[in-house]
Every structure is written in structure tokens, then in C-alpha cells.
Design a protein around this ligand. Structure first.
Ligand code: 5AD
Ligand code: SF4
Length: 493
């Protein structure tokens, strides 16, 4: 290696460190206003194509919109054909082991492709690249990968791509510490729904969760930047936005000398002319009365709250580091239901946390009975290296965990059907998403509460808000009939 190469390598090879992530302090976060593309990179992708494969949550989906935006601003075009792609990027998820297994499986397949197309630039980004063990594994066992970059390095993509194209070495740039907030990056948004980041990172450090390490500390975007982006999205004609953050209720807590909370932000977003506003994900501990009051005013705030509970046992919640009890959660639910009687509540639940007893699991079932969630994402606990729970004694056999998941999923189905039955014979507002994937004759859409509904209608209604009468109710699907409108201006109904 030449001296220059050595210097470059040292600059790019900044391996992630969980230890550092845990000891993070109160460093100031700067906001950079940056279009992201240096002049000499603006035509770098002309005549070339890219394929971006996204795993995991909506945060990752949204990061992919930024990555695609950056690539297209450099002249690259999207392709579905991996054999002809010049750049393939895997935007990965680290939340559970099976998510990681999928990516390593995919890398195994891509090895052959890379051998056949040596000029292909193959990159790994997203949450897995923030894990020290993953970076080490890729550098040792998947040496054909050209580029690894972390979740705080997305804005550096043009530079990294240039280096990866010309370098013989694998280019690795993963900032273990969160970077600044970078505004103005180009985004490739499609369809009628748009995602908007309101904050990054998480400071909750739930004992099972890798996110505070992969996404860094909590930092909120400035309200004026968020509002400007939403106004722009509304002007472009999007019908629905989802405000994104790992813990949206902590929005604004990091502002110094400024009192502006998530509820304040929602109150401001309520004034913007966009029909539907969602947000995810909420943490029950930070869900305050002001927020409930703003949601109860409705307007463009939909009657759906995703409120992860994780467990119904106060003891397990304590070990999970969730910082609320079963009673606190139930009280919060009561408050929400009093303020918004037709609210739809959904949740996330982990079964088989280390040491979870049958009685503690039964408490999760009884909590489900009490809340009657409309739906839930349910998971078997998956140990994540470096998290406190990974070191806890776990005497629950895998079969028992699987059996608990099955029992829980029966509750999910039962209450999903029950919740859907509330809609029988009602007329509801539906955002038409397009022709149904399972039945070409039908249109598919979503209620304000995110219920999937199928009904006969013309594909030209796609993107519109229409009124639909519910004529059939299934466990995970409603069926309906379009309600005739005199003036056909569905945007106004
Ligand atoms: N094992 C299983 N599920 C997990 N989740 C987060 N970390 C883990 C883990 N280690 C679940 C939580 C969270 C959702 C996004 O993923 O339920 O709310
Ligand atoms: Fe993970 Fe807990 Fe933060 Fe959610 S609140 S991202 S579960 S640490």
C-alpha cells in the first residue's frame, strides 16, 4: 500500500464500536444543509443502473428513498434486473437474527454474479453495517463486497461510490458515533404516501434492542425543517404522510432552550392541507396528555395509534428496561380510548424474553384480552450481540417460545376479526392504493385506521379518497362497495 492508500484506508475503515455507542454523551448535533452531490459527481451515474434491496422497517424504506434520490441525482437509473445492474446495494436490518441471515444468504447468491460481472459495485448499508461483528464477518468472509457504509454515512454516498468504483480495496465507512442531521438530501418518493423523518436514533436502550447502537442517539430535526418538508409533500399532491422516528414521543426533548414537543409538532401539522397523517413508533412512557388532546381533535390525524407494549408482565417489562408497568400501559390505553372512542390500537409483542415464565406470558395474553388490539406484530425474542439481554440467563426452550408465539397469534387473529366487525355495514373513507394484488377485478385501499379493504371500482380512482360501504368482514380484510357520489370529486368527500 502506498502512503496515500494507507491514509485513505485509515480514513474509511472506522469500525463501529458498541462500547462507544453506550458511553455517548451530550455532544451538540449540528444541522447541515447539503444537497449531497459534489459537482464532479453529478453525471457519474449517467448510462448506469442501480438496484436497491431494502430489508426491515419504514425507517430503512425511507433511507432507501434518500439513497435512490442521491443515486438518481448522479444520473443512475433504477432497474429490477440484477444481471444488468451496475450498482447493487443491500439496505439491511439488524433487529433480529433472521433478518441478518437473509442478508448473508443474499450475499451468498451475489457472489456468483459478482464473479461474472467484476465491474458491478456491490454495497452493504443500513443497520447491519453498524455492527462491528458484521463488518468483520463481511471483510473476512465476503471479500467480494466493494462497499460498506453505515446509517450515519448515507449523505457521503457519492464520494463512497466513487472510491468503491476506483479502489481495489473494500471501502468501509461506518461512523460509530452519530453524525450531524443532514437536510435537503434528494429523495425519490413514489405513490401517494410519503414518509418524513422527524427524529433519528433512540436513547431508550431497551435491553433487547440493537437500535440505539445502530441508529445512534436521539436527535430531532428542527420543526421548521419538518414543516417545510411536509408542506412541500402536500403541494406535490401526496395524500398521506407518516412521521417517522424510533420513539416519536421523545421528539424535541433534545432541543436546548426551546420547549417544543411532539404534540406541538402534530398541532402544527394538523394545520397543513394533507388528508392523512400517521406516525410511528410511539413509546408508552412518553405518551402524554397533551398529545392525546391533540390527537382527539382529529382533523388529518388518523384514529390509529401503534403503541408497542412488548409484554404484559411488569416484571418482564422491568427486565426489558421499558420504564413502564402493565398498569401504566393499561391506564394509558384507557385514557386514549376515553378521548378517542373509535381509536384503533396496534402493538408489538416479544415472547420468550430470557426467563419468561408461563405465568408472565399469560399476563401478556390477559393484557391482550383487556386492550383488544386490532392487530399486532409478534416476535420471538432474538438475542442481539452487545445488548444487555443477550447476557441474561435464558432457560426457556425454543419449542416453548414457538408455542407461545402460536398461542399469541391466535389472539391476534381473534381480536383482528372482532375489531373488523365494528365496521360491518358502515360507510368509511378509503384511500385507494390501486388494483388489488390478489384480484385484478378489485381495487385495494386503506381506511383511516389502516384497515385493508377490497372493492370493485375503476383503476382511475387510484390515489383518491372515496367512500366505501363495508359489506364483508374477514380476519385481516374488509370487503366493500363504492358509494356513489353525485359530484365525483372524491377528494372532497
Ligand atoms: N428480538 C425480538 N424482537 C425484537 N424487537 C426489537 N428487538 C428485538 C429482539 N432482539 C421487536 C420489538 C420492536 C419491534 C420493532 O421489533 O417488538 O418493537
Ligand atoms: Fe429499541 Fe426500545 Fe428504542 Fe424501540 S424504544 S428502538 S425497542 S431501544
Amino acid at each position: 500500500m502506498t502512503k496515500k492508500q494507507e491514509k485513505d484506508y485509515a480514513q474509511y475503515f472506522q469500525a463501529p464500536s458498541l462500547k462507544e455507542a453506550k458511553s455517548r454523551g451530550k455532544e451538540e448535533i449540528h444541522v447541515l444543509y447539503d444537497s449531497g452531490i459534489p459537482d464532479d459527481m453529478k453525471r457519474f451515474g449517467e448510462g448506469k443502473t442501480y438496484l436497491l434491496q431494502t430489508y426491515g422497517c419504514q425507517m430503512n424504506e425511507h433511507d432507501s428513498e434518500t439513497i435512490a434520490g442521491l443515486l438518481e441525482a448522479m444520473g443512475y437509473e433504477a432497474t429490477d434486473d440484477r444481471r444488468s445492474a451496475d450498482v447493487i446495494l443491500l439496505n439491511t436490518c439488524a433487529i433480529r437474527e433472521n433478518a441478518e441471515d437473509k442478508v448473508f444468504g443474499e450475499l451468498g447468491h451475489l457472489k456468483t454474479l459478482k464473479r461474472e460481472h467484476p465491474n458491478l459495485v456491490l454495497g452493504v448499508c443500513g443497520c447491519m453495517s453498524q455492527e462491528e461483528s458484521v463488518v468483520n464477518k463481511i471483510t473476512k468472509k465476503y471479500g467480494f463486497v466493494d462497499l460498506i457504509f453505515g446509517t450515519h454515512n448515507i449523505h457521503r454516498l457519492p464520494h463512497l461510490l466513487k472510491d468503491a468504483t476506483f479502489s481495489k480495496e473494500m471501502v468501509v465507512e461506518v461512523w460509530s458515533k452519530e453524525g450531524d442531521i443532514v437536510e435537503n438530501l434528494p429523495k425519490k418518493r413514489e405513490g401517494m404516501r410519503a414518509w418524513v423523518n422527524i427524529m433519528y436514533g433512540c436513547d431508550k436502550f431497551c435491553t433487547y434492542c440493537i437500535v440505539p447502537y445502530t441508529r445512534g442517539k436521539e436527535r430531532s430535526r428542527l420543526p421548521e425543517d419538518v414543516i417545510a418538508e411536509i408542506r412541500d409533500i402536500a403541494r406535490q399532491g401526496f395524500t398521506e404522510i407518516t412521521l417517522l422516528g424510533q420513539n416519536v414521543n421523545a421528539y424535541g426533548k433534545d432541543f436546548e432552550g426551546r420547549e417544543y414537543t411532539f404534540a406541538d409538532l402534530l398541532a402544527d401539522v394538523q394545520k397543513i392541507d394533507i388528508p392523512r397523517v400517521r406516525f410511528t413508533t410511539s413509546h408508552p412512557r412518553d405518551f402524554d396528555d397533551h398529545l392525546i388532546a391533540v390527537l382527539a381533535e382529529r382533523g388529518n390525524m388518523v384514529e390509529h395509534i401503534h403503541l408497542p407494549v412488548q409484554s404484559g408482565s411488569s416484571e418482564i417489562l422491568k427486565q426489558m428496561g421499558r420504564k413502564y408497568s402493565r398498569e401504566h400501559y393499561l391506564q394509558l390505553v384507557r385514557k386514549i380510548k376515553t378521548a378517542i372512542p373509535d381509536v384503533v390500537l396496534t402493538t408489538d409483542i416479544i415472547v420468550g424474553f430470557p426467563g419468561e415464565t408461563e405465568e408472565q406470558f399469560a399476563e401478556t395474553l390477559s393484557l391482550y384480552d383487556e386492550v383488544e388490539f386490532a392487530s399486532a406484530f409478534t416476535f420471538i425474542y432474538s438475542p442481539r450481540e452487545g445488548t444487555p439481554a443477550a447476557g441474561m440467563q435464558d432457560d426457556v426452550p425454543v419449542e416453548v417460545k414457538k408455542e407461545r408465539l402460536n398461542r399469541l397469534n391466535e389472539f391476534v387473529s381473534k381480536y383482528s376479526l372482532k375489531d373488523n366487525q365494528r365496521y360491518a355495514d358502515q360507510i368509511i373513507e378509503v384511500l385507494v392504493e390501486g388494483v388489488s394484488k390478489t384480484n385484478e377485478q378489485m381495487l385495494s385501499g386503506r381506511s383511516r385506521t389502516n384497515k385493508l379493504i377490497h372493492f370493485a371500482g375503476n383503476a382511475s380512482l387510484t390515489g383518491k379518497l372515496v367512500q366505501v360501504k363495508v359489506t364483508g368482514v374477514q380476519t385481516f380484510l374488509l370487503k366493500g362497495e363504492l358509494v356513489a357520489s353525485d359530484h365525483h370529486n372524491y377528494q372532497e368527500v
